[in-house]
Ligand binder design. Sequence first.
Ligand SMILES: NC(=O)c1ccc[n+]([C@@H]2O[C@H](COP(=O)([O-])OP(=O)(O)OC[C@H]3O[C@@H](n4cnc5c(N)ncnc54)[C@H](OP(=O)(O)O)[C@@H]3O)[C@@H](O)[C@H]2O)c1
Length: 276
Amino acid sequence: MRVLVTGANGMLGQDLIPYLRAHGHEVTGIDMEVDIRDATQVDDAVGRLAPEAIIHCAAWTDVDGAETQESAAYEVNVTGAGNVARAAAACGAALVYVSTDYVFDGTSARDYTENDTTAPIGAYGRTKLAGENAVRAAHPTGARIARTAWLYGAHGRNFVDTMRALGAERDVVQVVDDQLGSPTWTRDLAPALAQIMMLPPGIYHTSGGGQVTWAGFARAIFAATNSACAVDPITTEQLGRPAPRPRRSVLAVTKEGAPQLRDWNEALTHYLKETA
Ligand SMILES: NC(=O)c1ccc[n+]([C@@H]2O[C@H](COP(=O)([O-])OP(=O)(O)OC[C@H]3O[C@@H](n4cnc5c(N)ncnc54)[C@H](OP(=O)(O)O)[C@@H]3O)[C@@H](O)[C@H]2O)c1
């Protein structure tokens, strides 16, 4: 298929594009040279490339920064996503909009299913949810919403690399132990997105299997890298980041035919080995 990937230079885009190419797709990646906030730029690029599918990875991803710059985040995550969806609809392309577990408030005692009520507690989640709604409105017959979580990958700043570096130089690190989620390697997400691209329009959940807190995740990283660094578990309040985060945002996969990713710990071991 002719596939257009936005956010090509981002952490996910840089793992997704080689995967798609290796699996026979003709892929064009675009990043800031086509500013998605500008409908004319998006229409020109999409019109020229005439893709059969668009995987929309571009986003404002600075969760804390969004708290004080929500309208700037909105421009990218809602206006931009809407522009991409309108252009996809105009050329009849399937659209995959990559979304987030942060559309949920994190107060549920069980894993969130695709149809559970959304209630974002921070600006980033609000803009990503508004983006979901914008793409579904603009392209009702073609939009797939792929919610994922806690991404890490070789081509972006991420928790795993940060902890691996800290583990090599510190005796102890403080890590939040009251947020539960599912770490997801972008290389595992790539085939899942390619699969979702072929599934009927709708909402899909796709994140690493299992669940862990950030502190538990850090302990696993130290164990796998033979670091003697200890984890001092702290609360979200103690860390004091500007944006609130959902306390428990594990995503359940209940859709027929939806991809199930391998367990987060197995993926972590593989990632650490590959990037050692
Ligand atoms: N990272 C996570 O933990 C996580 C979790 C759940 C869901 N997601 C979602 O997964 C997707 C990919 O995330 P990621 O971590 O790969 O993000 P990323 O590394 O920040 O990549 C996003 C890309 O979008 C580009 N971009 C930003 N504004 C743009 C604009 N106006 N026009 C065109 N391109 C623009 C960025 O360019 P610049 O770098 O030049 O700004 C960057 O290359 C996003 O939709 C994100 O919301 C991420």
